[in-house]
Design a binder for this molecule. Structure first.
Ligand code: FE
Ligand code: FE
Ligand code: ZN
Length: 303
């Protein structure tokens, strides 16, 4: 899909030849995949988005639908024509690579393998996001061992899909509640060129990172522990709860404890502004369209 000819217009920044500064905000939201890829792309364009996120299968698990070659062909043409790039697939919530039982971990591995295989086939060079997992009282260290083991098994040298670990709120026994835990996983992945991070603003806020008053400090911490070059995507969500609450309840942009200004600042930050942003706010399509329009206007104004 339009890897060479339909990227947002870019021009090299004056002081850094490597840094391409996007001229368009790449933003979308989570969409239903029930009607296929072309339908998602059309819906995205209809709400002012130029990317989107979707579940690879029912979020509660189960078999994925067979790929439809005709739908995919239409999708790739439509995406190239409408500037849709960097789509993000989300693994089902039931995928727990840190699980305690063989059954849970075998399911995680089989789902992971199947999803990566399908993505390389259907939509090469895109991204696959997963929740690192829950250690279910085995302790974070054991959880991390188990996640590392499965990721090392499923990632292949020749794959084109980038696998992203999502930063978590630290609800229950979630692994990935700190940048250190994410780094401890990535450091032990053999083919780590295929591994990156998706930062969820609600989750890091709930985990205790102050992106409202000290975004620079949070990004410095991320850079020191994980490396900002690993950051490939952002889930842009407000939070219903105070910082450090470890709750993970998303709010609409500007209606939570993070607020519009801080979330807009995330999209406009020089180190983040070229990344793709995905809304996972409790919204219908009209609500998403309004959030996208408002965030775009603020982003364009800051150019
Ligand atoms: Fe998620
Ligand atoms: Fe998320
Ligand atoms: Zn969440």
């Amino acid at each position: 899909m339009g890897q060479s000819n339909q990227q947002p217009e870019c021009n090299a920044a004056q002081d850094d030849g490597q840094l391409l500064q996007a001229q368009t905000l790449t933003i979308g939201c989570h969409l239903s995949s029930a009607k296929g890829y072309t339908a998602m792309a059309r819906t995205a364009v209809g709400i002012g988005a130029n990317t989107f996120q979707f579940f690879t299968r029912n979020p509660r698990g189960g078999k994925a639908k067979a790929l439809d070659p005709k739908d995919l062909e239409q999708f790739h043409t439509y995406a190239a024509d409408h500037g849709i790039t960097r789509i993000l697939a989300h693994a089902p919530y039931t995928l727990n690579a840190a699980g305690a039982s063989d059954k849970v971990r075998n399911f995680a591995q089989a789902t992971f393998e199947d999803d990566l295989c399908r993505m390389d086939q259907a939509t090469p060079h895109q991204m696959y996001n997963f929740h690192p997992g829950c250690h279910v009282k085995q302790g974070a260290e054991v959880g991390i061992d188990r996640i590392v083991e499965i990721v090392n098994r499923v990632v292949h040298e020749d794959q084109t899909t980038m696998v992203l670990l999502e930063t978590m709120a630290g609800k229950g026994t979630e692994v990935g509640r700190s940048f250190e835990e994410i780094a401890q996983i990535i450091d032990r992945i053999q083919l780590s060129d295929h591994i990156g991070v998706c930062l969820d603003t609600c989750h890091v806020w709930d985990a205790g990172y102050d992106i409202v008053n000290d975004l620079d400090g949070v990004l410095d911490a991320f850079d020191r522990t994980i490396g900002l070059d690993r950051l490939h995507a952002i889930h842009l969500n407000d939070s219903l709860n105070p910082r450090g609450s470890h709750k993970d309840r998303h709010a609409c942009i500007g209606e939570g404890t993070i607020g519009f200004d801080a979330l807009s600042a995330v999209t406009r930050h020089p180190r983040l502004r070229s990344l793709p942003f995905y809304l996972e706010t409790p919204n219908d399509l009209d609500g998403y369209a309004q959030e996208i329009a408002r965030l775009r206007a603020a982003w364009d104004n800051a150019l």
